[in-house]
Ligand binder design. Sequence first.
Ligand SMILES: Nc1ncnc2c1ncn2[C@@H]1O[C@H](COP(=O)(O)OP(=O)(O)OP(=O)(O)O)[C@@H](O)[C@H]1O
Length: 643
Amino acid sequence: MTSKTHTSINVIKTPRKKKVRTHCLPSLEQPEETNITKPKDPVQVFCRIKPLDSEYISCVRVKDSTTVVLEALDQTLDSKQGLQKENHYVFGHVFESEISQRDIFYAVALPLVENLIKGRNSLLFTYGITGSGKTHTMTGYIGQRGIMPQCLHALFRTVSSYQAKKCVFKPDYLNGFEVLSETEASYERQHKMCHRFKDALKLEDSCLEVVSQSPRYLSLLQSIDEDNIYAVFVTYIEIYNNSVYDLLEEGNIQKTLQSKIIREDANHNIFVHGATEIEVESMEAAMAAFERGQNRKRVGHTVLNAESSRSHSVFNIRLVQAPTDSHGEHVVSDKRHITVSQLSLVDLAGSERTSRTNNTGFRLREAGNINNSLMTLRLCLQYLRENQQSTNAVPKKIPYRDSKITHLFKNYFEGEGQVSMIVCINPRAEDRFENAHVMKFAEMTQQVQVARATPVKAGLGFIQGRRKANEIFKIAADNLNELGHTEAKNIDVDIGLVFFSSFPEYKIDSPEGDSNIKELMQYLLLRIEKRKILCKDLNTRCDNFRGNLMKMEEENLSLRRELNQAKARYKEERDRSLGLMKSLALLESSQNVLKNKLKNHEYEINVLRRKLGEQQALFDKKEGKLTQETKKIEASSSLKKCG
Ligand SMILES: Nc1ncnc2c1ncn2[C@@H]1O[C@H](COP(=O)(O)OP(=O)(O)OP(=O)(O)O)[C@@H](O)[C@H]1O
């Protein structure tokens, strides 16, 4: 894919009031119903013109980036249909036929993904006649990825480093979630793995295909809270003939799907009861789930002999997030701190007159149902606008419940969030009348106001950046351990608990000031809650500190005792060694005296020996003489005898 630079699009918005920072209580209790006006934003409406096939004549002209003109063709027919010569329609932005899928995503859907990450709900739907490019815009095709896959891509690019292990967040099947412990989550993972072993193999195959097609040009969104843990869930719903079907339902694909009921949860949120909610850890897994739903849809429609484009499709991306504990390591297990936000991507069925399509019998009923649901949608928005504009009159009852699709949308119009709509236009002259209807409705929709979402950040006052600090701490401990400092492994991570939350700036300068006071009260209550947590933590830390101090004092005393004993022993030993040194010196001097004596004696011995030698020689000499004398005497005496 060639990498194009992103064209910036100036979307005209109604001027917004100064941003008000709001906070909620840690317990996510529903705020009391009040008649205080909340800040509101209009429904954002964008118009996308489909490229015209060469054999057709166009009836649409784009005047400027916000205005589209339906041009006059056959004046007699036009006046019969109640159309003027030219009709001008103004939208947030008009996308001409050459606009790329990527630019549409950036202009329309990226802010909604940011909302999702910030914990706010958004609804985006495509509206237009059959063949006008709704599915192309919302889902797209291989090589022409639409809004939905690009939203998933942007979301996972942002949250992937902060994702919880699978099954840490578990749907409670009443539209809420609970937090499982490590052990419970790991058991749940194993259980699911065994259960879906075969499916997983199939899923992996299809993943490979999608990975290679995923766009690679998106950068991280800045709105992420790096101290939170995230999980992404998807549901895929179809509304056909005013019945709701779960396209992700497990089991035999050939089985006819059972219709589901729409319910309201404890927080007055509307949801499809029993709809399969799949936790997806990557864009590929989410797309695989979507493909599974598409297959179900195809098989279901073959069974029912229905047309795929004759139903409304609702793909919900739910982001569950919860803060990490004070160490930035584990998710806070209190389910009141969970924030769930939702992005509903809706591909509505085509809107056209039944008379024009020449439908009969079954198809006529099908078309009638579509028209009824779209008519209800138009009516709901019209009444909403009227109620909002004429504050004095008795408000009209809005018929959300008359159709399943409007019943599902109720939350967005009555609650908080952002609603955006892309009106798709096929510029063929044949579609002029239908397009006029579509654009008139779309233009009117822009006057409907939706309460701006309150940021749902259950800040606990823990230090910001604790999760990263924890990671760095652990890396450092591992490195030290590798270097042979085994004690590093046992050091407890202590990032410290520091209150972090700046006081919001509130200015009461409009009638909405009352709501600011209420938000301020909520903020103050939150601060009181945080203060309690911090005081408790401070007390524990003080107790621990006192305990440690006493232990250290005791150790200090015993060390001092040991030191004194050692000092006394040292003195004794030193004296002893001095005494020994003295006697050694004495011994050495007496040894020297003896050595001298020995030398003298040796000398005397040598002198005596020499003298003895001399005496011996003298003696030998005398003895020789004596022997001779004796011999002579003996000889003379014998001579005398003889003689
Ligand atoms: N902007 C576009 N660029 C190129 N081709 C487009 C564009 N929009 C639609 N198409 C093509 O027009 C055909 C009809 O579009 P698509 O199926 O999206 O219409 P649709 O409004 O969803 O119709 P239906 O109401 O029947 O579901 C498709 O083949 C699609 O590829």
